[in-house]
Write a protein that binds this ligand. Sequence first.
Ligand code: SAH
Length: 314
Amino acid sequence: MAISHQPVMVDEVIQYLITIPEGIYVDGTVGTGGHSLEICKRIAPKGELICLDIDRSSIRLAKERLSVFGDRIKIIKESYVALDGVLKRIGIDKVNGILLDLGVSSYQLESSGRGFSFIKDEPLDMRMDEDRGETASELVNTISMEGLQEFLWIYAQERWAKLIARAIVEERRKGPITSSRQLALLIETTIPVKYRPRKRHPATKTFQALRIAVNKELQNVADFLEKCPSLLVKGGRVVVISYHSLEDRLVKQAFHQRKKENISPRKLPIFPITSPPLMKALIRKGLRPHHMEVTVNPRARSAIMRVAERTYNE
Ligand code: SAH
């Protein structure tokens, strides 16, 4: 199968992530292996790469694509939140660099058949890890109207959250909502014609919020950031590319070791970062992709990259 996913900000990732070519690195979200392929080339012949992803079919594609690197690369189906356990299992104490490229891959959107996209008619699943958790369909068919409204607003700032939540609850009284097309059409017809966004599909935000909720994306980022410093050698780096302002806020908060922001928990799911300041941000402001990259790779449009370095030994 041709791989459609173009890795985002590859040159910047390589520049900041790789400090020594003979080091041990982690790609926590290997996807179909775009970043990993470039990392492997740069750390040949002595460096090692450990790749994780929770998406079974992405793992399979990455394995095919990266097999040329032999045993210098390990590809494991596991969450990046469990990286500490993975390293322990394979006898590694600390690594030289960790990359997280968050969000959803083009492969998942276009070819996974799991309802990530409102353009297709597929079962409304949206789980990146098909082996566990509640599907998007189970979620929209069981959650309370208030709960639905709240996460549409929190995760996607959907201004029609209340209207959409009410429409979903009414629709599911007639029968369960099971497909991406059914949900997309429902939202399209719910938002008043004159307010429908022109540049994007009216269901964009709902789909984004659902995906974030189903995969517990923000909680995972927060949990990883807590553990991350203790997994890096002194001088080791962590590079995170986010595609959502709340994700980026968590990363920024951890890398700049700010005090917990004083924002009402109803408005923002900010998770307190309690680990001691073992990392310092290497770049003050988040990096954005070059405009040339955005024109050829639309997924890069909302990307923001941050980098931190482990400062001292415990
Ligand atoms: N950098 C990759 C694309 C990554 S897209 C490339 O160049 O091909 C984001 C990936 O993160 C998806 O494949 C998704 O399945 C994975 N992912 C999401 N949550 C995860 C988690 N908790 N642990 C590991 N991988 C995760």
